[in-house]
Design a binder for this molecule. Structure first.
Ligand SMILES: [Zn+2]
Length: 825
């Protein structure tokens, strides 16, 4: 699973957090050990026959669950079933249904079997039920707050220009909202799902479509079958109006389900998938295990994406248009992440949420592996460097172990420790054991535990078997321990003794770390690598060196998960940029010199770094420039102008234009005007914003011109800003239209501009329309989006109310008031 922190997703994660906080400040959870669930019965097969009631957002289901006792004989079966109406439960014996006794409390279904069964005996229970996801809210530490499992999107078709869809989201334990099951990650089941839907819709589920039957009432029944076992949280169904674009991998179908207007660009978004499948199959030594791989885009999806077995669900911003894709596919890393889960998560599944890093660290690290393979070493290194920064960003992360046996709510385990720090730890491990041992160990872990579950110790055992080494020291520190070393690194050269020295001190408050270190000593003749172990709080490492080294580079491969205070000189850093040369080496040098831009030597270095071979570092250098000083501005103008016009990457050009905008210099106007017609939304949008700073009248004219074509991303933002800040009433229809036709997530970004013009508008009809649009958007949000969506939109309605009251427009003010809830006025 991948979380997303923009738009509506933000509201959901905030909602989740507030619900956890609301549960009180009790620290009791710290004493609760979150173990793997005891297995009494094991699922074997799940057969479902489902119909949907769009008018009520209900699902009418029949389930045939085939199970057997795990080891000990039992006469009972406990199932998870959230908020259902249970109509019938029976044991299926020789084609007959024998009614069974049961009790149900809206969460747990306790069934008394007709006799005691032994582990060798398979039995099938039939359950007839109604799923009513919007009418019940389950609260559990093992369920992400607000999750509903089954989502009806625009079910009555009331919102124009918004498709009618149904999709499901199981992880963590929400699939038991739509079918009774043992909703735990340490269960595995094969499945067969029949869905009866209006004939105009497509269906999608795990495995293969084995039959389609047209019914006389305008519906069709599709049956999907997954013959390989997978965890209950990975079962999925999707229903809607889609275009399917098909690719293949070794004869297996690879397909992309997108809304119709995105069919022409679907391959530009998802088209690397077959190559990714081939790459991941090769490095793991396990050929893609499932019968097909489909990817589908769902509206109002509550997370970023979800790796349901053989069918990944993506959030709607996956659907980018051709001009957006010129700036790069923002979703490619997510596509890799979810795909790698098909091995780490789906083929071998974490045995408990406490071990979720067994799924997520690998999915996270796949982004580095894919970038390195497809786009080169710098791109891979940039990916893992960004992971490290994500983890270090929040100091609270240093208190959380990778394997998390204690949490208040399971969502807390889906964090920058399980994901990003986990990815960094795998990267460190790969460097320590070497590529060939690393991938051989992954292969052993996958083949030993296939179609089963595993925990972090299974991974250790695989690495130990392959390398022949005891690796408890690594697992104890990095998987079960917390934090990371904080290093203070200083240097000395003993001239008479011809010895170079490095002093390294661990300054973290927690335990001392033990780790191997590569120290590279650079002299005239080249570099010499020394491999040492840091075992103590402080260590001194001495190296014979005929002259003072030009550079001593600690952690030469830049893989250690650490923070460091490195007492290098500017000369050392500049030397490091040129001679050590890894992404992190260069980035550290840029960051150091950027803090000393007044020094001509540093500025001179930054000017060179603006032409770094890797666009990520050109952008990083641009982001660090301080244009508040005239001397620096003057010095940089020719380079920024050159980058704005000529850089091969659109995002570098866009950033250079944005910086030139800060010059507020009329001589740059022709450059901006020309760039507004660039095919990249980022270049055009930034140019429009830059132009507005020196000539808002022309900016409005140009914005009107470009608004005649579809505009998204930075260009849409720029047009909305300019129209709502400098435009007159003639520009307002554009803002209304953008809002009306936007997807839910984009509406959240557009609502501010809309509120600004509604506040300013003198036209009573337009004001009423704007207020209605905002209120209808709020009221049309799905139940799980309401809590924070309401607060967000009512905030803007209140801004309009204040403006109307200040202008003495009582009628308009009253109208706004009528759309605000009592408590918000
Ligand atoms: Zn994931």
């Amino acid at each position: 699973m991948k979380k997303l922190i923009v738009g509506v997703i933000l509201f959901n994660s905030l909602a989740a957090r507030s619900q956890i906080t609301d549960a009180g400040n009790s620290e009791n959870w710290k004493n609760i050990y979150r173990s793997a669930t005891t297995k009494i019965n094991d699922l074997a097969n799940t057969k479902l026959d489902l119909r949907f009631d769009y008018s009520k957002s209900y699902l009418y289901g029949k389930a045939w669950l085939t199970l057997h006792p795990h080891f000990y004989p039992t006469d009972s079966l406990n199932l998870d079933a959230k908020g259902m109406t249970i109509e019938e439960i029976a044991m299926v014996t020789k084609g007959k249904n024998i009614p069974l006794h049961y009790s149900y409390d809206s969460l747990n279904l306790r069934i008394v079997l007709n006799r005691t069964y032994r582990s060798s005996e398979i039995y099938t229970v039939y359950i007839k039920y109604v799923s009513r996801p919007n009418e019940f809210t389950a609260v559990s530490p093992y369920l992400i707050p607000g999750e509903k499992g089954l989502y009806f999107i625009n079910p009555l078709g009331e919102t124009k220009n918004k498709p009618v869809q149904i999709w499901t989201q199981g992880e963590t334990e929400a699939n038991s909202y739509w079918f009774p099951t043992i909703d735990k990650p340490n269960q595995k089941t094969t499945d067969e799902i029949s869905m009866t839907v209006p004939s105009k819709y497509l269906t999608l589920s795990n495995g293969l479509l084995v039959s389609q039957k047209e019914n006389k009432d305008g519906t069709r029944t599709d049956t999907w079958k997954m013959t390989l076992p997978h965890a209950p949280y990975l079962l999925f169904l999707g229903v809607g109006d889609y275009s399917i674009v098909r690719d293949s991998y070794k004869g297996k179908e690879v397909s992309y389900y997108v809304e119709k207007e995105y069919a022409p660009v679907a391959r530009k978004i998802f088209g690397n998938t077959p190559e990714m499948i081939s790459f991941f199959s090769r490095i793991t030594g396990v050929d893609y295990p499932w019968p097909k791989y489909a990817q589908i885009v769902g509206r109002d999806y509550i997370f970023g994406a979800m790796e349901n077995t053989s069918v990944t669900l993506h959030e709607e911003s996956t659907q980018q248009d051709a001009r957006q894709l010129l700036d790069g596919n923002i979703w490619e890393e997510t596509i890799a992440h979810e795909l790698f889960h098909q091995w780490f998560g789906d083929y071998v599944t974490t045995e408990s949420w406490s071990n979720i890093t067994c799924n997520e660290s690998f999915a996270d690290y796949s982004q580095t592996l894919w970038n390195e393979h497809k786009y080169g070493k710098d791109a891979g290194a940039a990916s893992i460097y960004s992971d490290l920064r994500n983890y270090l960003e929040d100091s609270a992360n240093a208190e959380k172990p990778l394997v998390r046996f204690h949490y208040q709510n399971v969502i807390q385990a889906f964090d920058a420790v399980s994901y990003q720090k986990g990815g960094c730890i795998l990267n460190m491990l790969r460097n320590y054991v070497g590529d060939s041992a690393f991938f051989k160990s992954l292969n052993l872990y996958l083949s030993t535990n296939k179609f089963k579950t595993a925990e972090a110790q299974n991974l250790r055992l695989a690495f130990e078997e392959v390398t022949g080494q005891d690796l408890n020291w690594f697992w104890n520190q990095w998987y079960y321990g917390t934090g990371h070393p904080k290093l203070d690194i200083s240097y000395d050269y003993d001239t008479p003794g011809k010895t170079a020295k490095v002093f390294i001190k661990q300054t973290q408050s927690g335990p001392i770390f033990r780790f191997p270190l590569a120290i590279d000593v650079y002299q005239e003749g080249g570099k010499e690598r020394f491999k040492v172990w840091m075992n103590q709080l402080a260590d001194t490492f001495s190296f014979a060196s005929a002259s003072k080294p030009s550079l001593i580079n600690v952690d030469g491969d830049k893989v250690l998960v650490c923070e460091k205070t490195d007492h290098k000189t500017m000369d050392n850093f500049i030397y490091q940029y040129k001679n050590a040369g890894l992404y992190a080496d260069r980035r550290e040098a840029i960051a150091y010199c950027a803090k000393l831009q007044d020094d001509p030597k540093a500025l001179d270095f930054l000017k060179k770094a603006l032409y770094d071979q890797y666009d990520g570092l050109r952008k990083f250098t641009l982001s660090r420039l301080d244009l508040s000083k005239d001397s620096i501005k003057t010095e940089l103008e020719p380079i920024l102008t050159n980058l704005a016009k000529n850089d091969s990457k659109t995002l570098v050009r866009a950033m250079a234009i944005s910086l030139l905008g800060q010059y507020k210099q009329i001589s740059l106007k022709p450059l901006f005007v020309k760039a507004i017609s660039d095919s990249s939304y980022s270049v055009a949008g930034n140019a429009l914003e830059a132009l507005a700073k020196i000539d808002s009248v022309t900016a409005v004219i140009m914005a009107k011109l470009v608004s005649l074509q579809p505009a998204r991303g930075e260009l849409e933002t720029a047009i909305l800003d300019i129209f709502s800040s400098y435009g007159d009433e003639s520009t307002y229809p554009f803002i209304y239209n953008q809002f009306i036709y936007a997807s839910t997530n984009t509406k959240f970004n557009t609502v501010e501009s809309l509120s600004k013009i509604v506040a300013k508008s003198k036209n009573a009809e337009q004001v009423k329309l704007g207020v209605d649009l905002m209120a209808n958007f709020r009221d049309g949000l799905a139940p799980f989006q309401r809590q924070f969506g309401d607060r967000f939109i009512n905030g803007f309605l209140n801004n309009i109310l204040s403006a109307k009251q200040a202008a003495g427009l009582t009628d308009q003010a009253d109208y706004v008031k009528s759309k605000l809830p009592q408590s918000d006025k």
